[in-house]
Write a protein that binds this ligand. Structure first.
Ligand code: 13P
Ligand code: SF4
Length: 324
């Protein structure tokens, strides 16, 4: 990485009063130039409380949208507007709304990996680091619709003994891990601790002693005295894991086709240092949201923020949507 580019980004950050928030799946050079690095919940919180004029979200578009929804007066930049997510594209607004319409009395719990439109017709947003706390806050007699990630939903339903109806979405990266090959790998490394992100399928999660968000997995590597970990999530997080624990061996959980590089999220990897520099220079691409849509989407995100900061929340009795 050219030092030049790093210096230019640092200079632009000062000139524009900008802050860079990066997800753990970004390349190491991007994580190193960021002011804050974290999981999707942490990035939303940092974006919400930022006083900077410009917030550049080095991650995928739904993460930048969440920041804009929570902090609408700021300019929110994303290095590449094409940085989508298979969970977002797998939950189109009209189909999601139809699901809601068919279940008007249910509470709709939506993963943060969703579009602003889908957030706007949801009751509460969750991330993998706060979903358990949010489920606890939902009255036991209410039916739950959980989307769009069926694997996170199934993991939570089983762990917390809470029946739910699932949307049929999944992460195209985390479903690639192969249970048979993982089993074989564990036989070769019986001393390894297995850690996995809950977007993985159940046949992978059954082997993991820790299932959690990216920040939870990082915490495990930091604190667990073991010298070997098999990691079932996107490889970008190895950067922080290696920084915190240079003494450990990190082994990527295997996928069926051992030759492809498909455990790198192609959307996260659309960002680059050059694109970050360009975005800060030109203040584009920016996240722009229709104000009615933004305000409606804020309701479900605010419920998440309120529950996680210990506040009492109320729940709507019925689904009602009057348009954006
Ligand atoms: P985290 O919230 O655990 O960082 O997960 C975000 C994500 O997109 C995982 O694929
Ligand atoms: Fe979406 Fe999966 Fe990429 Fe996360 S890793 S941003 S869930 S496609």
């Amino acid at each position: 990485m050219s030092q030049d580019l790093v210096q230019q980004i640092q200079k632009l950050k000062k000139e524009k009063n900008a802050v860079i928030l990066a997800h753990y799946y970004e390349d190491g050079d991007i994580q190193d130039v960021a002011d804050h690095v974290g999981d999707s919940f942490y990035l939303a919180k940092m974006g919400q409380k930022s006083n900077a004029d410009v917030i550049l979200l080095a991650g995928v578009v739904f993460m930048a949208e969440s920041v804009k929804i929570l902090n609408p007066t700021k300019k929110v930049l994303v290095p590449d507007l094409g940085a989508g997510c298979s969970l977002v594209s797998g939950s189109p607004f009209e189909a999601y709304k139809k699901w809601r319409d068919q279940n008007p009395d249910a509470i709709c719990v939506t993963y943060i990996n969703s579009s602003a439109e889908v957030k706007a017709i949801s009751d509460v947003i969750v991330t993998s680091s706060n979903a358990a706390e949010i489920l606890e806050a939902i009255p036991k007699d209410r039916k739950i619709l959980f989307g769009p990630d069926q694997h996170l939903g199934k993991f939570l339903a089983k762990k917390h003994n809470r029946p739910m109806e699932f949307w049929n979405g999944s992460c195209q990266v985390h479903v690639l891990f192969n249970a048979k090959r993982l089993y074989e790998l564990i036989q070769k490394h019986p001393d390894a601790v297995i850690i996995a992100h809950p977007e993985c399928e159940d046949d992978i999660l059954q082997y993991a002693s820790v299932v959690g968000s990216t920040s939870r997995l990082l915490e495990e590597v930091e604190k667990n005295p073991s010298k070997k970990f098999i990691v079932a999530t996107e490889q970008g997080i190895f950067h922080q894991m290696k920084k915190q624990r240079p003494d450990v061996e990190l082994i990527q959980a295997p996928i069926a086709d051992g030759t492809c590089n498909c455990n790198n999220c192609p959307f996260m990897k659309m960002n680059s240092m050059q694109k970050i520099k360009n975005a800060l220079e030109t203040l584009t691409p920016q996240i722009e949201l229709n104000e009615n849509l933004r305000a409606l989407a804020q309701v479900s995100l605010d419920r998440m923020m309120n529950i996680t900061s210990g506040k009492k929340v109320s729940w709507p009795d019925h689904f009602e949507f009057k348009g954006f």
